[in-house]
Each structure stands twice: as C-alpha cells, then as structure tokens.
Design a protein around this ligand. Structure first.
Ligand code: 5GP
Ligand code: ZN
Length: 113
C-alpha cells in the first residue's frame, strides 16, 4: 500500500534498524522501545490487522510470521520474551499494517495494561 509506513520500511524506502529479513517477513527495532529488546515482525503483504491477514493468508504465511517472531525472541533473550499483537483502537493499534511486537530483556508484568 503506497501510503503505509511499514510497507515503506519493508521496501527499504524508510530506514529502520533491521534484525532479520526473508522474502516475506522483516524483523526490525521499534522506534520507541518499551523494553530493552523491542522488535517488530511484519509480513511483506499489506494487511490492516491480524484478522484481515489471516482471512487472506495461507497457513504457511501465518506460520512463517510466528516462526520469525519466535526466533527473534529467543535470540533476544533465552530466559523469556513476549509476543503482542494489537488489533483495533481498544488495543491501542496505531500503525495499520499487521505487526507482531516481540518484547524481552526485562520482567514483563501480567496482566498487561
Ligand atoms: P501498535 O501501537 O500499532 O501496536 O504499534 C506500532 C509500533 O510501531 C509502536 O510501538 C511504534 O513505536 C512503532 N513505530 C511507529 N512508527 C515507526 C517507524 O517509523 N519506525 C519504527 N521502527 N517503528 C515505528
Ligand atoms: Zn502496509
């Protein structure tokens, strides 16, 4: 999508601190980290949120996204990490291209705020 910031990051048109990349998935550092390690995992294919993504995705596409998040989380902290997906205004979603947050490097409160 031409005016989507995460599509532009995937395409390399906006700089980001990249951690890992495949043809279909990019892992990069969040601009405003909420933990010592705060990574974002995005699919190349634009989807507004998780619901829209899974509605059109092959199972393999969903699996690749979670596999990338798992690898990034374990590499960031073998003692634990958290994956978060915000969907919609109630969850505080601010960027409307599906992204998985991977948070690690500190004790993460539960329940989350
Ligand atoms: P959401 O609130 O939609 O779940 O999360 C969006 C995340 O994207 C936020 O944590 C925010 O800091 C991050 N973010 C927004 N714009 C940019 C950007 O241009 N570059 C990077 N690296 N992160 C961004
Ligand atoms: Zn996009």
């Amino acid at each position: 999508m031409s005016d989507c910031i995460f599509c532009k990051i995937f395409a390399g048109e906006i700089p980001a601190k990249e951690v890992a990349r495949t043809d279909d998935v990019l892992v990069f550092r969040d601009l405003n980290p909420q933990a010592p390690h705060h990574l974002l995992v995005i699919p190349k294919r634009h989807a507004t949120d998780l619901g829209d993504f899974v509605a059109a995705a092959r199972a393999e596409e969903v699996g690749d996204l979670f596999a990338a998040a798992s690898r990034a989380g374990r590499a960031a902290s073998p003692s634990g990490y958290r994956i978060v997906v915000n969907e919609g205004v109630d969850a505080g979603q601010t960027v409307f291209h599906l992204h998985l947050h991977v948070l690690a490097g500190r004790n993460l409160d539960w329940p989350p705020g």
